[in-house]
Every structure is written in structure tokens, then in C-alpha cells.
Design a protein around this ligand. Structure first.
Ligand code: SF4
Length: 334
């Protein structure tokens, strides 16, 4: 691990000042469950860590006027998952969180940190592999012709086929959450679908968050219909592993007809993947298996697999049908 300095911020403004003064060389420390691993591997090499764990206002989970919920950036994943209002109003979020990591990690991991998780691509994590455009811009992509079983099937580029690892973020994408950010120019709100990026020119950045900005909270919408939601995670073993494919599904059904739908996929793209074509197919359809299959086909229409991960295309198709069927309470034939 490279040498670094450590400081403990006493308030948000102090943290922002320290961040700005470090000129992109500092990282904020919350739960540290991903950052410290990456520092040990030499993938992240910040010159300074600014510990923000004492910023008590950022740890709150509070109800918003009108029925939404604000998750402070330092709220722990386990606290969010078990919060009565999250369980009641946003079950997909609680289910996604409980499907992630282990109880010990969920006790440490924060809402803000969850949004900033880096990809679990093997080549990115191990500097012994020289080719990784995300770790070393311009060095190539070891996964393209390498072992790419966990990699992307949607939205990838020939520069990077990594996937986003979070479960929580898949649920937040389906819920159309809003990320609140504080920086030198003040506060701004970022719609969740715009927070993470696809693999373009600046692969070293996974999000639009500035190096001098701090996530303060994530707002969940006041939309009673999103209560009817479900998270399905398909993985190699029953716990403590990342999704091969996951589905966050939200449906509003009236008299057997779908009024509106939201579907987000995990494990398939560089960001939580919103399946808007599938949502459009579902709106106005009967809530039955034929509609769910048509939606799944629409969601995967542009999918492309590689040597070891083409199985994900059919897996994702079936996972969508299963998640929607579970949510609608309809039996599934295959
Ligand atoms: Fe690096 Fe992305 Fe290629 Fe993985 S998929 S080796 S993260 S460039």
C-alpha cells in the first residue's frame, strides 16, 4: 500500500475544503469496504484519506414532506435495509441491499460508498495484468479476449466491458432516485440514471461526481405505486457474491392491466441498466407471461456476448420474466 496521510473532518465544509486543497489526490473515507481493498491492491493510490464518519447529519434517514425518504450518504446499508419505511414503501431496495455482500460488510458500507463502488473486473483489480484501460488509460482491455464470464452484455464499448457491481444501485435506478451532491459551487441534484457513466472516453471515471464533490444524500421519490416492487438476484452461490444478472422490477397493475413499469438490470452493464424498451412494452399490456416475455426480449434486443458470458443473455431474459411473474403473482411455465 502506498503511503498516505489521514485526517478526520469535523463538518461538511471542512471536508470539502480539504478535498479541494488536495487537487484530486484525496479520497473520502466512509465505510471503506471497497476503497481499502483497492488501496491494498495498489489500484487506488490516494495521497490523502479524509475520514467523514463523524459528519453525523449525513448518517440520517429522514422522511421528506410529501412522502419521500432521504437516505444520508453515511447511512449504513444494514440500517437502510431494515428501516421500517424502506421495507414498507421501497421493498425492492431492502431486498437488493439484503442480497448484497455479508451482514458484516452491510454494517460498515454506506449509501454514498455503495454508489461509488468500482467494477469487480479481475483485470482491473490486479495490477499484475498490464492491460486495463480503466486502471491505466490506453493500456488495452484484458477482458475482451480474456476470461470475461462476469462482464457486460449491454452498453459496452471496445475499450471496456466491465460491469457495475452494486445491488443497491439497481434498485435505486428502478426507483428513479435522486443523488444530492455538495461541491465548491454549492449543491446539485443528479437523477440516478445520469449518475453512473457508460464506458466512453474517460474510463477512469465511473460517475459524473467531481473530484471535489461530496455525496450528501440519496432521495427516494414519493410514489406509492413503487411499493409493488421486487428484486431478483441470480448468482453463482446463495450468498456473498456479486450478481451474474439481477432485476429490479416495479409494476403498477390495475384490474390485471399494467399501467406503468420500471425495470433495471444489474450485472449486465457498466452502470445499472434501465430497460426502458421493456417498460414501454409492458405499459398497457395484460400482466401475463406473454407480456413479460415480450418485455424481456425488448430489454435484451441489443445484447452482445463474448466468449465466456453469452449465457448471460438468456439468463437475463429468464430473470426478467421470473421477476415480473413473481411481482404480478402469475405462474411461470418455463
Ligand atoms: Fe479494464 Fe474494463 Fe477491460 Fe476490465 S473490462 S480489463 S476494467 S478496461
Amino acid at each position: 500500500m502506498n503511503p498516505f496521510t489521514y485526517s478526520r473532518a469535523t463538518d461538511g465544509n471542512a471536508a470539502l475544503s480539504e478535498l479541494a486543497a488536495a487537487n484530486g489526490q484525496a479520497k473520502l473515507l466512509g465505510g471503506g469496504t471497497n476503497l481499502i481493498d483497492l488501496m491494498k491492491m495498489g489500484v487506488e493510490q490516494p495521497k490523502k484519506l479524509i475520514d467523514i464518519n463523524r459528519l453525523a447529519p449525513l448518517a440520517k434517514i429522514e422522511e421528506l414532506p410529501g412522502g419521500g425518504l432521504r437516505l444520508g450518504a453515511l447511512s449504513r446499508n444494514s440500517d437502510v435495509a431494515e428501516h421500517p419505511l424502506v421495507r414498507e414503501r421501497y421493498p425492492v431496495l431492502s431486498q437488493a441491499l439484503l442480497a448484497g455482500a455479508s451482514p458484516q460488510l452491510r454494517n460498515m458500507a454506506t449509501t454514498g460508498g455503495n454508489l461509488l463502488q468500482r467494477t469487480r473486473c479481475y483485470y482491473f483489480y490486479d495490477p499484475a495484468f498490464p492491460a486495463c484501460n480503466k486502471r491505466q488509460p490506453g493500456s488495452g482491455c484484458g477482458a475482451l479476449e480474456g476470461f470475461n464470464r462476469i462482464h457486460a452484455i449491454l452498453g459496452q464499448s471496445d475499450q471496456c466491458i466491465a460491469t457495475h457491481p452494486s445491488d443497491m444501485c439497481v434498485a435505486l435506478a428502478a426507483l428513479e432516485a435522486v443523488v444530492r451532491v455538495q461541491g465548491p459551487k454549492g449543491e446539485r441534484e443528479i437523477p440516478f440514471g445520469e449518475f453512473h457513466t457508460l464506458p466512453g472516453e474517460h474510463l477512469e471515471n465511473d460517475t459524473v461526481l467531481g473530484k471535489d464533490e461530496l455525496i450528501t444524500a440519496v432521495d427516494l421519490p414519493a410514489a406509492p405505486w413503487v411499493k409493488h416492487s421486487h428484486y431478483l438476484k441470480v448468482r453463482d452461490r446463495a450468498s456473498y457474491t456479486f450478481a451474474l444478472v439481477s432485476v429490479a422490477a416495479v409494476l403498477e397493475i390495475d384490474g390485471g392491466t399494467i399501467k406503468q413499469a420500471r425495470i433495471a438490470l444489474g450485472g449486465v452493464a457498466h452502470k445499472p441498466w434501465r430497460a426502458k424498451e421493456a417498460e414501454q412494452k409492458l405499459a398497457g399490456s395484460r400482466a401475463d407471461e406473454a407480456a413479460f416475455r415480450a418485455a424481456a426480449d425488448a430489454a435484451l434486443a441489443g445484447a452482445k456476448g463474448y466468449k465466456y458470458n453469452s449465457f448471460k443473455i438468456e439468463l437475463a431474459r429468464r430473470a426478467i420474466v421470473r421477476a415480473l411473474g413473481t411481482l404480478a403473482g402469475t405462474p411461470r411455465s418455463a
